[in-house]
Design a protein around this ligand. Sequence first.
Ligand code: PEP
Length: 271
Amino acid sequence: MRKPLIAGNWKMNNPIESPKVLLVNILVHARMLEKKLLQEENASEIDIAIFPPSVYLKDAQEILTGSKLHWGTQNVSAYDEGPYTGEISASMIKGFGCDYVLIGHSERRCLYESLDLDQYVLDQIVAQKYAKAISHDLTPIICIGETAEDYAAGKTQDVLARLLDVLIEHQGVQSLSKTVLAYEPVWAIGTGQSATPEWVQEVHAFMRERIAKHDAATAEMIQIIYGGSVKPDNAAAIFSQPDVDGGLIGGASLEIEEFSDICYSAALHAS
Ligand code: PEP
């Protein structure tokens, strides 16, 4: 059985309260949630990971160390050190006690796409970052999803297969057993227009089957989470799908009540 994961991506947002206050609130609510779940017969234990902007990692480390919560960064460099202004390396990230890194978020891919790099080159960059994360014992959350144009053209599976194949080619299929895949249709991120639970299930099952062609055990083990306008009112239906192992939450991760409700849904419905 796969343990559900809820990952909260703050992006470059400042919480309404200060970052420190939100981190403390998350900690307090996570403890309340744990107690609440003791009353539920069918609740699973879940992992919760927070992705604040990197300048708040020290706060995350100070506030969350010793708790069951995890934290991580929204990006990692493909290099160890050197003249890469604005980048942050895997070993620096590890130094802040992080367990996870987000890789290939579509909001970052757009920045590179504006440089006119083609999809193949972008996938290679993601694969290099993936290798760096794994070699530093960080769990990569690989964001993968189609644009609105790809979706309309029926190319979703092609887009996902392309990146999955690159990762497998670079690091071997078994590396995926220590990886989280986040299916994030670009058209659903921050738009309030989530994918339907049935669509999410179909896509997650496709990815699992594709991995199973290389290694059935890895396919069974890998956590595949969904991201794209998850809110308390659609979380249960999405998380109830058999191949959905939790969610990557953007906007709602900055609202403590909403985020807690989503975590609660994951504990009751995911995996
Ligand atoms: C995200 O940032 O990965 C995301 C899914 O955002 P939102 O939940 O706001 O759509």
